[in-house]
Design a protein around this ligand. Structure first.
Ligand SMILES: *Cc1c(COP(=O)(O)O)cnc(C)c1O
Length: 356
């Protein structure tokens, strides 16, 4: 074992792993035996530790509950054929957590300790990583204000925690989107770039309404004109028109997806042109009508790539071709890199030591 020197590890005597049926994992409801936890007070992060997962007593005045200082990350650990646990670009999640923290008036978490925390937790929990192709151990780092205080200012005490949840292979059916013109997700100058808990709270109701109309996800449009495409649900979005890829530019309202960034690099590496720019919904409708809309997909850690079937708009339905050969190829490349089946030419993977 190669536990980090700074992180204290206390293991449970009673693992729940025996109860897990790897063929049938309830999504988002199963948690591993341990968590990483670290406390912020007096201006520093203290006592980084991996300990048995347990409930945390919460003061009813904890500021996160009232004023929403709460942010999170989402990432995955995979395991190779040689039984080596791997993390996908954890440095990017570390940097993005701190971008979110700054926007929300929260303290930075040291980026090397972030990566060390994930490695240590995954090392302890490596037997929980489902081995099937497309499965992974989902990791949820998050930070929230736990100071008991009534009043509007930045909190002075926080917790940073990482929990882990095994996730079976995700077979995404092609999704139907509802282009939302009444509600918005993010405006320039707002918190759309931050992975802030409140952004998701505000998206719940519009998503339920879209689902009630038979759609799977909301296609978010810009806050001012309701004309330009931002992203889909909790994914970034790509279109292929006439052989070229386009994706909305990062204008301050779009989440900086790490899958988005990686897909752009992969597409360019495969010789495709990728342009980041403003994309009007009408432009996609036109491309669909004149037969040049070749592919459309969402990208995110949870699903990888989710193929889009159609987009419902007030002017009618935009249909997307039911083949997405390049999207499929990119999806396969991504999962082959994550499981060590394909050479990691971009140096994205970070190995986790484990000698069992
Ligand atoms: C997390 C998230 C994404 C995807 O980011 P990844 O780093 O690729 O997982 C996209 N949009 C929103 C709103 C998100 O919260």
């Amino acid at each position: 074992m190669l536990y980090s020197e700074t992180i204290k590890v206390t293991k449970t005597g009673t693992s729940k792993l025996k109860k897990l049926d790897f063929e049938n994992i309830p999504l988002g409801r199963t948690f591993t035996d341990h968590m990483f936890i670290c406390d912020y007070h007096d201006g520093t992060w203290n006592n980084p530790r991996v300990q048995p997962l347990e409930a945390i007593p919460t003061h009813p005045a904890a500021m996160a509950l009232h004023y929403g200082q709460a942010i999170f990350e989402g990432m995955k650990a995979t395991i190779t054929d040689q039984n080596i646990p791997m993390l996908f670009r954890p440095d990017k999640n570390a940097a993005r957590l701190n971008e979110s923290a700054r926007r929300m008036g929260m303290p930075d978490f040291p980026e090397d300790l972030f990566v060390e925390a994930l490695k240590t937790l995954v090392e302890v929990e490596h037997k929980w990583i489902p081995p099937q192709e497309g499965s992974a151990l989902y990791l949820r780092p998050f930070m929230y204000a736990d100071e008991p205080f009534i009043g509007m200012r930045a909190a002075t005490s926080f917790k940073f925690i990482v929990i882990a949840s095994p996730a079976g292979p995700f077979f995404s059916k092609r999704i139907k989107l509802f282009a939302e013109k009444q509600y918005i997700r993010a405006a320039t100058g707002g918190t759309g770039e931050a992975k802030a808990a409140g952004n998701y709270a505000a998206a719940i109701r519009p998503t339920e309404i879209a689902k009630g109309k038979g759609y799977d996800q909301v296609l978010w449009l810009d806050a001012v004109e309701h004309k330009y495409i931002q992203e889909v649900g909790t994914m970034n979005i790509f279109f292929k028109i006439d052989g070229k890829f386009i994706t909305p530019k990062l204008d301050g309202s779009v989440l900086h997806g790490i899958t988005r960034m990686s897909v752009i690099e992969l597409l360019k590496h495969k010789g495709y042109e990728v342009t980041e720019r403003l994309i009007a919904l009408d432009e996609i409708a036109e491309a669909s009508e004149n037969g040049t809309l070749e592919e459309a997909f969402g990208t995110g850690t949870a699903v990888g790539i989710a193929y889009i079937q159609e987009i419902g708009t007030e002017k009618g339905t935009i249909y997307v071709s039911d083949e997405s050969p390049v999207g499929l190829e990119i999806n396969n490349t991504l999962s082959a890199i994550k499981t060590g089946k394909q050479k990691d030419i971009f140096n994205w993977m970070v190995k986790v030591e484990s000698n069992e």
